[in-house]
Design a protein around this ligand. Structure first.
Ligand code: PLZ
Length: 435
């Protein structure tokens, strides 16, 4: 058996197509807390949390214990054959903990994309309408509807058409690159939100729109935090037209932004919320939670799947919620985010390549540009910074349509010394590579 990273990569190249990408060429063998060890025994600080999935910690002892207990009891019956309590209990928890004080229901699937697909199915069944509105720079998954709703063409859409019909797209409130040239978020008149009215006048009849799907903070699109007023306004316009608002909290959910859900921080209440990623600390699980009357629209048998809401994943999710409570991970997200923000802002003061520092809670990023006045994305520099970080023991991942946003999604349990050490590496790398 071969064991070096390079040998494993050679086998990977032969056995696996090039489509499934990876940001590093190192093979993970084990992970604990906020550290990953590769096939050669090298240890890395994890600034990605498996793309926002490992919110608690790699193999958090409390989650591990719950999973082991569940594996001993029951692994699978299929909820559609013989239901089990962990599914119901998790639904109750989400109904109680998601924003909005009203009757709610939840059902589960396997991936974020599947949750988004299902939220749209539910909205269509409820409204009897076909169309969906989404945003520029959005990411909602790689399935047919998911990739149609996703904005970035390469690599997510190129060559994969025809796409799902009846999908309409408007600009997001990406204030750093405001398409309307507003001088700043405080003084603008929210043309981006008014664009929704414009769309309803010139693009699609609002009476044929079932849902609007929006990330309360853009994830893959570059950790763009819109003004809360923007979300409020588009939610309001949707309400006027009986359109179901779906907040995609797949990346923002479960403590990352300093609250259990980003919508809470933003002070908005969607009709439906999609969840996945950090919900089950690494076990495949996603869900749709929202207004009971909307979720009850599809007929019996209209929703589901073989593995959706698997007992082990549900047990992991219930334990994850307990860890979030017991260790006040929402408070910790705010604290970590503030640390990162201060370090990134210092870098912005020193280095002209740092165009903007932004984020919510522990969902922090810096957008790198070749020139502050043109704001041209520093795509190549961002790529090289990722490689520098890896070579110095820190795993990072980028974001943004220009691939020029360094985003941080560390496990929220990360020790402060590891956070600082990782930030030291990013700082040294950025100084060396941009100097
Ligand atoms: N909605 C907001 O962030 C997944 C994608 C990684 P799945 N983001 C990570 C990649 O390159 O495919 C995501 C998201 C938001 C939906 C999804 C999709 O979630 O679990 O990957 O299907």
């Amino acid at each position: 058996m071969t064991r070096s990273n390079q040998q494993l990569m050679e086998r990977r190249q032969k056995a696996v197509p090039r489509g499934p990408f990876h940001v590093t060429d190192r093979f993970a063998v084990r992970a604990r807390g906020a550290r990953i060890t590769d096939a050669e025994g090298t240890e890395y600080i994890d600034f990605t949390g498996g793309i926002g999935v490992v919110g608690t910690a790699h193999s958090h002892p409390h989650v591990l214990e719950a999973v082991k207990r569940q594996v001993d009891l029951l692994i699978h019956t299929c909820f559609h054959v013989m239901p089990y309590e962990p599914y119901v209990r998790l639904a109750e928890e989400l109904n109680r903990r998601t924003p909005g004080n009203r009757a709610k229901k939840t059902f589960f699937c396997n991936s974020g994309a599947e949750a988004v697909e299902n939220a749209v199915k539910v909205a269509r069944a409820y409204t009897g309408r076909p169309a969906v509105v989404c945003f520029q720079n959005a990411f909602h998954g790689r399935t047919l509807l998911g990739m149609t709703l996703t904005s970035k063409v390469v690599p997510y859409k190129k060559g994969f058409g025809p796409f799902a019909p009846e999908v309409y797209r408007i600009p997001y409130a990406y204030c750093y690159r405001c398409p309307f040239g507003a001088p700043g978020p405080e003084v603008c008149s929210l043309e981006c939100a008014e664009n929704l009215r414009e769309l309803f006048a010139t693009g699609v009849d609002p009476d044929s729109v079932a849902a609007l799907v929006v990330e309360p903070v853009l994830g893959e699109g570059g950790f763009v935090v819109p003004p809360a007023r923007f979300l409020y306004r588009i939610f309001e316009i949707c309400r006027e037209h009986g359109i179901v608002v779906v907040a995609d909290e797949v990346q923002t959910g479960f403590g990352r932004t300093g609250a259990l859900f980003a919508c809470e921080v933003m002070g908005v209440v969607p009709d439906l919320i999609t969840t996945a990623k950090a919900m089950a600390s690494g076990f495949p699980l996603s869900g749709v939670t929202g207004r009971a009357e909307v979720l009850d629209a599809p007929q019996v048998g209209g929703l589901g799947g073989t593995y959706g809401g698997n007992p082990v994943s549900c047990a992991a999710a219930l334990a994850t919620l307990e860890v979030i409570d017991q260790e006040d991970l929402c408070g910790r997200a705010k604290l970590l985010g503030e640390r990162v923000r201060q370090r990134f802002l210092r870098l912005r003061d020193e280095l002209p390549v740092v165009g903007e520092v932004r984020g919510l809670g522990a969902m922090m990023a810096m957008e790198l540009v070749t020139d502050r006045s043109t704001k041209e994305p520093a795509t190549d520099l961002t790529q090289r910074l990722g490689q520098y970080a890896l070579d110095h023991g820190v795993v990072t991942i980028k974001a943004g349509t220009g691939g020029n946003v360094v985003r941080l999604l560390p496990p929220l349990c990360i020790e402060e010394a590891d956070l600082e050490r990782g930030l030291d590496v990013l700082e040294a790398g950025l100084k060396e590579l941009s100097g």
